[in-house]
Every structure is written in C-alpha cells, then in structure tokens.
Write a protein that binds this ligand. Structure first.
Ligand code: NAG
Length: 458
C-alpha cells in the first residue's frame, strides 16, 4: 500500500509538472498569447534590453557605410521617407547621449565625438542639408553648443582650446545675436518665436556664460548672462493663466498655425534644457503635460483599444497631419514624444527627491495633473500637500513612477519585435510607420531610461 501511495504521489507531482509546462503561469501565458512574448519580461529587464538595442542602433546610424566620418544619419531610410541626412538638432541630441557615455580612455566613443565635432565645425554655417524643410532653425546651434559644452567638461585642455572653444564661441555669439528673431520650430514647420527654441537658447547662454568666465572672457560672460535673463523674460510670456498651459509659438511669420497652442515640444524643452523656473516638477509644466495628455487621449483610437496598463500614446501636437511620409494626412503618436512624457515624470520625481525641502501643494495650476495622477476629481486633490520624507510623498513618488513606466510600456508594446523604433506608430492599428530606426527615437528612449535610473542627462 505504501508503495502504491508513493507511486500515486509521484504521478500527481509529474502531472503538476506537465500541467505547469503546458499551461504555465496563467498571467504569463496570457501575456504571451495576447500581448506577444515581449510582455513576458519585467519592465526592468525590457529597459535593459532596449537600452542595449538603442545604443547599438545609434552607433549603426553614426557614420554608416558610404558616408563621411562624423555623419549622423537621422535614420537609415533613404526613400519613403528620405531621412538619410545629418540634422543639426538630431545630431546634437544624439551626441548629448553619446557624451554621457564617454569616459576617459573609451577610444571608440571618443572617436565618434571628435568626428562629429569636426563635421559640425565644417558645416557650422548651417549648410549641409538642402532639403525642403524651413530654415533657419535656431534651436540647432543651441543644442549643438550645449552638447559641445558638455564634451568640453570631459576633454583635455588642449582639445578644448584648440578645437572646441572656437566652435563653442561661434555658436554662442550667433545665439546672442539672433535669439529674438523668428525662425522655424524643431518640427521644421512653423515660423515664429518658440518656447522650445528659447529654452534651449537660454540653457546655452547660461552654460556659455560659465564657460566664458572660466577662461577669463568676462565681457562675453556678462553678455551671455544678460541674454539669458532677457530670454527668460520672454519665456514667461508663453504662460496663459486663462488656458492654464504653456503655449508653443508666438509671433508667427506666416499662416502656419496651431490653433490649440499645445505641443509636446514644451515637454521636450524641459527634458533637453530645463532650468528653474521651468523644470519638470514645476506647476506650469505639470499643467501643460496634463493638457497634452488629455488632447492625445481622445485623438488616437489606439488609446481606447490599449490594455489598461499602458500609458497614453503621445504625439507631437493635436493638429499634426504628417503621417511619416507626407503632410495633409493623419498625424500619429511618436516614440520619442511618448518616451519624453515618461521622462518628464521621472525628472519630476528626481527633482523632488533631490531637495529635502520639497513641499508640493496642489493648487489651481497643477490640480488637473494631480487629479489625473490619482484618478480622482480636481476638487478632491486641491489643497493636498506632499512634504519630503512623508508617507504621502512616498505615495506620490511611487504613483508618478508607475505612470511613467506605463508610457514606457506603450513604447514597448508598439515597437518592432526586435526592439527597433521607427518615428511613429499608427493611430488606428498601432503598427510602426514613418522613418525606420529613427536615431532620435533611440536617444529619447535612453534619455528617459537614464532619468528613470535617477541619472537624467545633464
Ligand atoms: C529589426 O528588423 C527590421 C526589419 O526587418 C530592420 O529594419 C531593423 O534594422 C531591425 N532592428 C534591429 C535592432 O535589428
């Protein structure tokens, strides 16, 4: 009898093992079936995996076969659409990520950076691309010089003096001269004075003033510092208390116009160049993030079709009609803007955690954001406060991080199975479209992942 019992027991155990293999953990099985195998890994695992893919793809797009050294392709796509160009903005943003990966002695990364610098100096007059997009785009030199200034901090005095300094001063002097003039925006469509462009210019002027002071050029240092102050005064005029968000453009020079004034460019501005009072955790940015998410939530059908644990797919601006191939169609959510929204949340958390005096109070400006965050009404959150070190603060940090992770999960859900990120994903079907392997998509992903790890790009 004892033997029979043992055999029975063994059979039951064997059956359980077989059952486990066949049926698996029901949640994992569901994820595999319904969501595809990519969802069967944790967020941390996926982030690590995707960061490696992104870094690989960035390097693949720098100096691809048949190009000169220092060429940063916006995408390897040569037709439908043709993005096989170096854009000053895209290259500068991508190289900001590369600089963050540059340590002493890393010769491969050093070569990428020095080739980029040589190439940009050669084209510093803004030439190099002769396509149909609007010119000038004065955010380009500001982004480039910010990246060069970051590189200067990690470079030998000889390289700084001989190579970087002249290029840096040329960009800084240019910005100080033209900052008030209308130009084309970062999407290369609208002519006017833009929040994004002013933000990256201000950052360049502040960092540039410090750089000039360090090598004893006090005249330039004070000129840059004054320009930074003037830019800040102008930035303040982009806030509208009646609409309760930061609008994107003023002083339009032609009839290209966004009636909403809403644009994720405002979020990107803070991720790329945030400085007090325009930081990720500031009331005005949170208010703007809330309005943007509301707009996209209703605009893209995939936001209704998504599993509940995904965040809202975010596009550039509600009126967008560029589908990745042509304008006059339907705009879609983008990977880089969806990752940018996540990054804003991670940066806000980082900012609050850095300062032991943090006290966030829910007020008339930010209440829409906090109502969304805690899935309740504005009345219920108004007057709440979160002081550093309290239980409430911990809850805030956890909720913000979970929400940010959901935006990242949206990126994961719509990416190519092999981890590739294109420019856009279709608003109805969710499939990738537009330029494949967009270098800026990868830079934006890495930038968000670094912010999540508590190390936002400087
Ligand atoms: C993934 O596959 C696509 C299409 O086959 C290809 O264009 C892309 O380069 C691949 N990406 C990676 C990271 O291998």
């Amino acid at each position: 009898m004892k033997l029979l019992g043992l055999i029975l027991l063994l059979q039951v155990v064997a059956l359980m093992v077989v059952a486990r293999v066949i049926f698996q953990d029901p949640v994992v099985a569901f994820q595999k079936e319904i969501l595809g195998s990519k969802f069967a890994i944790t967020m941390d695992e996926w982030l690590e995996q995707e960061a490696a893919v992104s870094w690989d793809c960035i390097r693949r797009n720098i100096n691809p076969p048949g190009t000169i050294r220092g060429f940063v392709a916006a995408s390897p796509s040569k037709f439908g659409p043709d993005y096989f160009y170096t854009w000053t903005r895209d290259a500068g943003l991508v190289m900001r990520v590369v600089v963050s990966r540059y340590d002493d002695g890393n010769e491969e990364v050093k070569r990428l950076l020095h080739d980029y610098v040589a190439q940009e100096i050669y084209h510093q007059d803004g030439s190099g691309y002769e396509g149909s997009w609007g010119r000038p785009q004065n955010d380009g030199p500001a982004i480039r010089v910010t990246t060069l200034l970051l590189l200067a901090k990690k470079s030998s005095p000889r390289y700084v003096e001989g190579t970087l300094r002249p290029a840096i001063l040329r960009d800084l002097d240019y910005i100080a001269r033209v900052w008030e003039e209308p130009c084309f925006d970062l999407w290369e469509e609208v002519c006017g004075v833009h929040f994004y462009t002013l933000m990256v210019m201000r950052r360049a002027m502040v960092d540039g003033a410090e750089f000039a002071r360090e090598f004893g050029d006090h005249k330039r240092a004070s000129h840059y510092a004054q320009t930074a102050d003037s830019i800040l005064s102008r930035l303040d005029t982009f806030w509208s208390s009646s609409s309760n968000y930061l609008s994107v453009t003023q002083d339009h020079c032609d009839n290209v116009w966004k009636h909403s004034g809403l644009d994720t460019a405002v979020i990107l501005a803070v991720n790329h160049a945030g400085m007090k009072p325009y930081t990720a955790g500031s009331d005005k940015l949170l208010a703007t993030a809330h309005r943007l998410e509301s707009a996209f939530e209703n605009l893209y059908p995939i936001n209704d079709l998504h599993p509940a644990d995904l965040g809202t797919a975010i596009g550039r601006y509600p009126e967008d009609s560029y589908d990745g191939y042509a304008s006059g169609s339907y705009g879609n959510p983008w990977f880089l803007t969806t990752a940018a929204m996540a990054e804003l949340y991670y940066r806000a958390v980082h900012e609050w955690e850095q300062d032991k005096n943090t006290l966030i109070t829910v007020n008339d400006i930010n209440s829409g954001f906090f109502a969304r965050l805690f899935e309740t009404s504005e009345d219920k959150v108004k007057g709440l406060s979160f002081r550093y070190g309290t239980k409430a603060f911990e809850t805030l940090v956890d909720t913000m991080t979970t929400r940010a992770d959901r935006f990242m999960a949206t990126v994961q859900y719509h990416q190519h199975d092999n981890g590739s990120l294109s420019e856009q994903f279709n608003r109805w079907t969710g499939f990738e479209q537009g330029a494949r392997d967009l270098t800026w998509s990868y830079a934006s992903f890495i930038s968000a992942a670094d912010a999540r790890a508590g190390q936002p790009l400087p």
